[in-house]
Ligand binder design. Structure first.
Ligand SMILES: [Zn+2]
Length: 266
């Protein structure tokens, strides 16, 4: 993962994705004000004109068109949708006419810009250079427990015939082990899905509190799908540790901006 600065905006790119326009944005370099300052990438309560400008800045920096972005509604579920030609512009410039929630989106169509959102949650980027298929998936703790990344890989296999051995993955900055504190019921959900193997990613802090290493559990799930460890670029930056760089839901609550993950085939 590399932090890049272009025209004043800062964003991350991933190893293995060099051929593709893609990024995981930070909050640096945009035009939004106040708690949305400054590179807010989702509507929330921010001004529409500012968000459009932010998209223009980010899209220019990575070489895509904002008219081709496609947003789905993220609901902490595990549904994956295949983006089609008609989806271009939905979310940012056109109403998002799909009411169901889709936390993952994949496609083999060129130039359409798959867009996901997070502010502490994990975004996972997928690329199969052989079949020319991409994806982006939102995996908060609920999506991680539902193994949404495994469902994304499976959908890439069934719809496009991808082989997990050919898929490279990028795991975005998210809330880290040092800050992601949960109560016992959340730990129980992880154990129900992953069994005792998940113990090595959970720290008991006393008084019924636990800390969870979400990015590593996502990586572990990807390895279980047959993805090669060398093909996974996992961020180790915590979104709560660097408030100048990231919006954090845990710190800011609802009056915050969003980072976005964008990816497109050429
Ligand atoms: Zn932290």
């Amino acid at each position: 993962m590399v932090l890049t600065e272009k025209n004043g905006i800062k964003y991350y790119t991933f190893k293995g994705f060099e051929q593709l326009p893609h990024c995981f944005t930070t909050r640096v370099g945009g035009v939004s004000q106040g708690s949305y300052s400054s590179l807010n990438m989702a509507f929330r309560e921010d001004k529409r004109e500012n968000i459009l400008k932010n998209y223009e800045l980010v899209c220019n920096a990575i070489g895509v068109k904002k008219e081709n972005t496609f947003w789905t509604k993220q609901v902490h579920g595990d549904n994956i949708v295949v983006a089609t030609e008609e989806d271009r512009g939905k979310g940012l410039l056109k109403p998002r006419d799909i009411e169901e929630g889709y936390d993952g989106v994949i496609t083999n169509i060129k130039d359409i810009v798959l867009t996901g959102f997070s502010a502490d949650c994990v975004l996972v980027f997928f690329y199969d250079a052989k079949r020319k298929v991409i994806g982006v998936t939102h995996s908060g703790w609920r999506g991680t427990v539902k193994k949404i990344v495994q469902k994304t890989v499976q959908k890439m296999q069934t719809v496009f015939g991808c082989d997990p051995k050919d898929i490279v993955c990028g795991i975005s900055p998210s809330i880290g082990l040092d800050h992601f504190e949960v109560d016992e019921p959340v730990v129980t959900e992880f154990k129900n899905t992953f069994g005792n193997t998940v113990d090595s990613y959970i720290l008991e802090k006393g008084n019924g509190k636990y800390h969870i290493d979400l990015n590593s559990i996502v990586e572990y799930t990807l390895l279980g799908c047959g993805i090669d460890l060398n093909n996974i670029d996992k961020a180790t930056v915590c979104t709560m540790c660097y408030p100048q760089l990231f919006y954090s839901h845990r710190i800011m609550g609802n009056s915050r901006g969003s980072m976005a993950g964008l990816i497109s085939l050429r």
